[in-house]
Design a protein around this ligand. Structure first.
Ligand SMILES: [Zn+2]
Length: 457
């Protein structure tokens, strides 16, 4: 720690209860890499709503799901018509509440149910907003001094020619529960799946992403964006296998796709009953596609939720399955092999992606209950994540301010996290990584110099 860092730490200690003052400092602070970010959940809700109107989507007046067509079984309104209606102003307010945590009071729905229930509602609005959304994402990173972002971007759709997997996958779940080795079965499925047609399909998806990425000039001297393909773990197991295959394959096919992640509420019965199978699949595909990096959501649970499960070992299992980073990790205290897992994370340098604001809302975790100090004491590297800023109606300046004001964090600790955001990124080009790291260190030097000039008496 240099002497200016020590001064900033002291300054933060003195002003810890003054959020406005802290926020003013945080705004100017470089923030390095954000390594836990969901593209769709981070878009500003108002922008997504406006786009849904412009795209001419229909909206369900019961639950605010949008759709390209008015499907049977619900009451639908055509958004471009609804804009002209006198109810529009109030309708918009309710819509915003349905698609975000705006005004959420928890009286009718639990916070995690409300949160995870939002994604399917705006699902149909995403494809038509992807390019504008990428520009929005970059602009936001620049304004919040983020120089590198890895975003959980999209998943692969099912292809009819892979229908054969359904029959093959039937015995897998029960076999996985009894810890049967499924490598032979996976190998047989993989052989049938790894066709020229599927490879071409993955390549086409990568080329499309690359074309958009370059045309929008998302990478430049000050900013780099990379993608993690995600797999929806709530799907039937044959579809999880198919999505995982494509996600791993995409990492081989494109420089821009740097890894994979599994998404879907961790306390969902399907996630719990099939997680052992999913971990076996990950271990299998990691051997097939060695360039792909895996980050996993694990331990995004409360004590109460952990106690409902027979086998609360998700963080440990994720580390054993080969995860290079762990997202959330809140439930570490309640896992049976906490000590071993933490040791392993330290030895293998598997960082924890911290998402404080998200944990507070979704899990109802209080700052003093959060285990980040436990990881820090165990020597596990920490990195910064923002999760779903759009739905959570937050921004990174507020998230870092929160770290100082409510979590007792200091500047040196945040600076280490920001630098770790480059060090532990999945970026494939090592030279590019080194250049970003050097530039970020210079940015911190400049910031510290301005602090000396402006904030010292
Ligand atoms: Zn997440």
């Amino acid at each position: 720690m240099n002497s200016t860092e020590a001064k900033i730490n002291t300054w933060i200690e003195v002003h810890r209860s003054d959020e406005n003052l802290l926020h003013a400092l945080v705004k100017r602070m470089p923030k390095g890499g954000d390594l836990h970010h969901h593209f769709d959940g981070s878009l500003l809700t108002e922008n997504l709503m406006n786009s849904a109107v412009e795209q001419g989507l229909w909206i369900s007046t019961e639950d605010y799901t949008v759709s390209k067509t008015a499907k049977q079984g619900k009451e639908w309104e055509y958004l471009p018509d609804l804009v002209q209606d006198e109810i529009w102003e109030n309708f918009q307010k309710d819509w915003l509440r349905a698609w975000s945590i705006e005004d959420f009071d928890g009286e009718e729905t639990a916070s995690d149910e409300h949160f995870f229930g939002i994604f399917p509602k705006f699902f149909d609005a995403i494809p038509g907003y992807t390019e504008a959304g990428l520009l929005e994402t970059k602009a936001r990173c620049l304004s919040e001094n983020i120089c590198y972002l890895e975003t959980h971007f999209e998943n692969f759709p099912h292809r009819a020619e892979n229908d054969f997997l359904e029959e093959l996958a039937k015995p897998w779940i029960s076999a996985a529960i009894w810890d049967v080795n499924l490598n032979k079965e996976f190998e047989a499925a993989f052989k049938k799946l790894h066709t020229k047609s599927n490879q071409k399909f993955a390549e086409a998806t990568c080329r499309r992403m690359e074309e958009v990425h370059q045309r929008l000039r998302l990478d430049d001297e000050t900013f780099t964006l990379r993608y993690l393909m995600y797999v929806l773990r709530l799907l039937p197991s044959h579809l999880v296998f198919e999505q995982m295959y494509f996600a791993f394959l995409a990492c081989e096919k494109s420089e821009l796709v740097v890894g994979i992640n599994l998404v879907g509420a961790e306390n969902h019965p399907i996630t719990q009953s099939e997680k052992t199978l999913h971990f076996k699949m990950i271990s299998f595909f990691r051997k097939k596609f060695r360039t792909a990096s895996v980050a996993l959501h694990a331990g995004e649970l409360t004590k109460e939720k952990t106690e409902n499960f027979m086998y609360p070992h998700t963080i440990s299992q994720s580390v054993q399955a080969g995860a290079k980073r762990i997202g959330h990790g809140v439930a570490i205290f309640w896992e049976w092999d906490e000590e071993d897992t933490l040791n392993r994370m330290r030895e293998k340098e598997i960082p924890l992606e911290l998402n404080f604001g998200s944990n507070e809302f979704i899990l109802g975790i209080k700052p003093e209950e959060h285990p980040w100090r436990r990881y820090q004491k165990a020597g596990v590297p920490l990195v910064f994540g923002s999760d779903d800023l759009g739905i959570l109606r937050s921004d990174r300046n507020r998230e870092v301010t929160r770290f100082f004001s409510r979590y007792g964090g200091n500047y040196s600790e945040f600076k280490a996290m920001a630098l770790n955001g480059i060090l532990y990124s999945f970026l494939k080009d090592q030279d590019h990584k080194n250049r970003m790291m050097n530039r970020l260190k210079e940015d911190f030097d400049t910031f510290e110099k301005t602090f000396e000039d402006e904030c010292q008496p």
